[in-house]
Design a protein around this ligand. Sequence first.
Ligand code: NAD
Length: 479
Amino acid sequence: MDKKTDIKSFQHFIGGAWSDAEGGGVFDVLNPLDDSLYAQAAKGTAADMGRAVAAAKAAFPAYKETLPKDRERMLLRVAEIMETRKAELLDCLIDEIGSPIQKAMFEFEKGLTMVRAAAGLCRYVRGETIPSDAPGKFSMSIREPLGVVAVITPFNVPLIKTTRLVANALAVGNTVVHLPSEMAPHLTVLFAEIVAEAGFPEGSYNVVTGFGHEIGDDLTSNTDVDFVTFTGSTVIGQHINEICAKNKTRNTLELGGKSPTLILKDADLDKVMPLAARSIFMFGGQACIGSSRFYVERPLYDEFVKRFAMIAGKVGMGDLRDPGTVIAPIISDRQRSRVKAHIADAVEKGATVVAGGEWEGNRCQPTLLTNVSDEMTVCRAETFGPVTSIYAIDSYEEGLALANDTEFGLSSAIFTNDINKAMHFAKNIGAGMCHINGPTIHDEAHVPFGGNGQSGVGREGTDADMEAMTELKWVTVQL
Ligand code: NAD
């Protein structure tokens, strides 16, 4: 905290020490609810990023030799400290990125689970013995950490992404350089304080705050970085993928989505409706796995639209600290313009707004569109706001075909009691995740979370991260 102004200010965390940006530059972090100044953070430079990668590289040889029981103990300590600093973490999620308290609580609980699950991973970094055709040869594989892992996280679920990816990387013996979203540096700075207090050695976890478009390439193109895990928009993911391909740096990319939900005619709308609302309105639709396309079999279509519009009109838009509030402010001017442009384009081209469409301050009302057609931007592009389109379908087969008519492939859902159609959908939808009779928004620490096509490359989660962030080495002993 800056004593003179009472404005919070954050530094980089490099090599176990807090430091200003080279040249002393800072940038403003705004509270998205009213665009007031929330904090100032060190504006990272190429030199800062170079220092952070060097610190992580220097720390790696000793860190990779730490014992599983010690990494496990430190990770469990991280979870304990998180619990003692829960109020601070929740305040940060509310005031830095505009999370309603119910989303902040959800994220906090998930974050704790991510760290505890990572603690369990420390003992599961295993190879195997392999039968050998060579007489007297003992053959085995050993699994080794890769080295320096670059973690790049988005603004919308900073605690979930930070806890999962940083904790999994550290659990399997890598060191980390973390570039958080320029819109959510405080959350990561708090996490760095917690990691340091939990006893992780100097240089094992490093944070550089700043603008990804200025210093991101200095991280991903550094040849001392052995793995990049990026979560964010598809366009930046593509750019990072190209840089990584040039240097043969392994990577996982968790990108945008346009996740579909199918509602078949035998579905029970009493059960479906609250889940449908959760699928798109949580955190004001700023969820990669939010459902921005609903395909409803015609016999249920009118009733579904009617009920969804009634729910949309009642979704909480009050004080962010009120447990009934669901709708969050849209994070930035740029993102607000995008949401407004998608709605305006749809209306201009003939869509019907059956709920919402207006703004209250920086919050977009829960917005439902019907009569959406292919030439409308909202039909195919990710909006990242509380906006969804509802389409009538004449059969399950038509719904499946439309659901698959997208370049994205993140989450998906189907509501039906027909097990054959449900399982057919699960097997044939081109998405990385499919939920039968559940919303597209679902995540757990140990599941293979991720998408296909323009939604990403690779999976994350304890097992997937362990495999991605380590490599097997074949070792033989001639006896
Ligand atoms: P964003 O792409 O604007 O930013 C994400 C991160 O990338 C930030 O930390 C930013 O600083 C960094 N960055 C920017 N340019 C970079 C560069 N050249 N090199 C390296 N890093 C760079 O995304 P956002 O607005 O913060 O988040 C929203 C997007 O993230 C949406 O598209 C959403 O679908 C996606 N997302 C995906 C998942 C998933 O698991 N698939 C989860 C959450 C969010």
